[in-house]
Design a protein around this ligand. Structure first.
Ligand code: NDP
Length: 473
């Protein structure tokens, strides 16, 4: 067997990984679906086109529902449907409700974006490492999101409360203009990355071309587009401006509620708490995020470029938009129940993710639920022909189901929606969306891991047959 052992230094990320230079006798070659599909069907292209067209329309629709109809989801559609001339009614509605360009909001948005870029590039940072890419790269990332979050929120609060530069409701007050600016940037970034992937890619061997312009535009071609060594488009755009903005938007809508009714409802406080917990957890564990599917699997196209710029900040915060228009005062029992659901979800979410991290960083030499961790030792091949080793945990939460972390996430998401009471469907968009997203992710992850691990993944599936909820699914 012509195998030359060469242990590589990957202590920064997973101590489990060793590299073996090999010329033959590999367990299986790198799967073409490890990363994403290359040969996309006509049906997939049609669905991709649907997503490209419908996503911006849906964001706009929720904006109009909240801005003009107190977040009653069906109201704009019913107005048009019930009108004697639907087309005339639609034109009138759009003329009245569509957001308009505002130079002030555009300045706000691009100042915000620049601030985040400066903080990302220049704040002191630890260097974290992602998963090995299908082409064999192990990329370094600047991890300084928590500090960027603290500085951003300090500037926002000090500017509003101490210096009087703006009202704390500034984001709420400019929501329509910000939507236009964010869309302009989201589209620019999508097309820029499409062109960059062709003309000056960061890691050419990690690109994937599907042969479909539409699919490539939606799902992206480059895996890790970057400026220089560290300015990573994926980590930057998902973390900041996207996730830093999340808590700030909520605070601004809480301030707007205060201005409107003279106090902040306990539902708004609980919502802010739950969202802040989720966001701060993300930044506190930013290094862990480098090895999740977002970073380790998704390429950078409209899905992430426009998604991080528009979809995330506009739709993940819908509950606070709702609560400004429809204040909800929770009874102590309701408050306690939602709090319990949310924080049980958070506890599960964090503990499951922690188990995976700890088992990987100790090479399986750790205790899980008081017993030695049970693991399947695996190997996989990258497209440069090298074999690498890894492991799959199959005890603890990872023995209950293959994605128990998603159960925790779904519980937190449900609690966030429940803060809005039960009168309207719109604030429940988040849990509906998360359910679809995570179920689809289970399927995507299965395809990816089967391509990456082959027979080891089959072994894991036998050991842990359930995907999400033990004995149910
Ligand atoms: P995971 O963190 O579960 O990562 C899946 C990857 O982990 C697999 O591709 C595989 O990658 C590795 N893996 C799978 N099984 C095992 C095992 N038994 N032992 C060790 N490693 C294993 O999934 P996500 O990245 O989707 O999610 C991370 C978190 O983020 C979740 O808690 C999720 O709920 C949350 N999330 C939130 C979203 C939001 O918008 N709010 C969106 C999506 C996710 P490999 O072997 O290559 O390392």
């Amino acid at each position: 067997m012509a195998v030359q052992q060469r242990k590589t230094v990957v202590t920064e990320t997973t101590k489990t990984e060793t590299t073996t230079t090999t010329t033959k006798n590999v367990d299986h070659q790198v799967g073409k679906t490890w990363g994403r599909d290359r040969d996309v069907s006509f049906g997939t292209i049609l669905i991709s086109l649907g997503i490209l067209v419908m996503s911006p329309i849906w964001v706009l629709y929720t904006y109009i529902s909240c801005n003009g109809y107190e977040c009653a989801m069906s109201a704009p559609a019913l107005e048009v449907y019930n009108a004697p001339d639907a087309l005339v009614a639609l034109k009138a509605l759009l003329a009245r409700e569509l957001p308009t360009f505002s130079p002030y909001a555009a300045r706000l948005f691009f100042t915000w974006l620049t601030l985040q870029a400066v903080l990302y590039a220049f704040l002191p940072a630890q260097i974290g490492y992602g998963q090995r890419t299908p082409a064999g790269h192990l990329l370094p990332y600047k991890v300084n999101g928590l500090l960027a979050w603290v500085i951003s929120h300090t500037i926002y609060a000090a500017g509003g409360l101490y210096f009087g530069w703006w009202k704390l409701s500034i984001i709420h007050d400019n929501w329509g203009g910000l939507l236009i600016a964010a869309n302009a940037y989201g589209y620019f970034l999508t097309f820029f990355c499409y062109i960059k992937a062709h003309l000056f890619p960061s890691h050419a061997a990690d690109r994937k071309f599907s042969g479909s312009f539409i699919y490539d535009l939606l799902m992206g071609i480059e895996f890790n587009p970057r400026f220089g060594k560290y300015f990573d488009f994926k980590l930057f755009h998902n973390g900041r401006p996207g996730i830093v903005a999340w808590t700030m938007i909520n605070l601004s809508f809480a301030a707007a509620q205060y201005q409107k009714i003279g106090y902040v409802t306990n539902s708004m406080i609980l919502l802010n708490l739950l969202h802040a917990t989720y966001v701060l957890d993300f930044f506190y564990n930013e290094d862990w995020y480098l090895r999740t599917i977002d970073i380790a699997h998704d390429h950078f196209g409209f899905y992430l470029a426009w998604g991080d710029s528009v979809w995330l900040p506009w739709l993940y915060t819908l509950q606070s938009h709702y609560l400004v228009r429809n204040p909800v005062d929770l009874t102590p029992i309701q408050f306690g129940f939602i709090f319990a659901v949310g924080y049980t979800g958070y506890f599960i979410f964090r503990s499951v993710n922690h188990q995976k991290d700890i088992v990987r960083s100790t090479n399986g030499e750790c205790m899980i639920w008081g017993k030695p961790a049970k693991v399947i030792r695996t190997s996989f091949v990258t497209s440069d022909g090298k074999t690498h080793k890894s492991l799959l945990l199959c005890s603890g939460y990872w023995g209950l189901s293959r994605h128990f972390n998603y159960v925790g996430d779904l519980l937190i998401s449900l609690a966030m929606c429940m803060t809005c009471g039960t009168k309207h469907l719109l604030p429940y968009f988040y849990i509906i969306y998360m359910t679809i997203l995570l179920l689809h992710r289970i399927q995507r992850d299965h395809t990816r891991c089967k391509g990456k691990y082959g027979k080891y993944w089959e072994e894991y599936m036998k050991a842990v047959p359930y995907k999400l909820i033990p004995y149910v699914y």
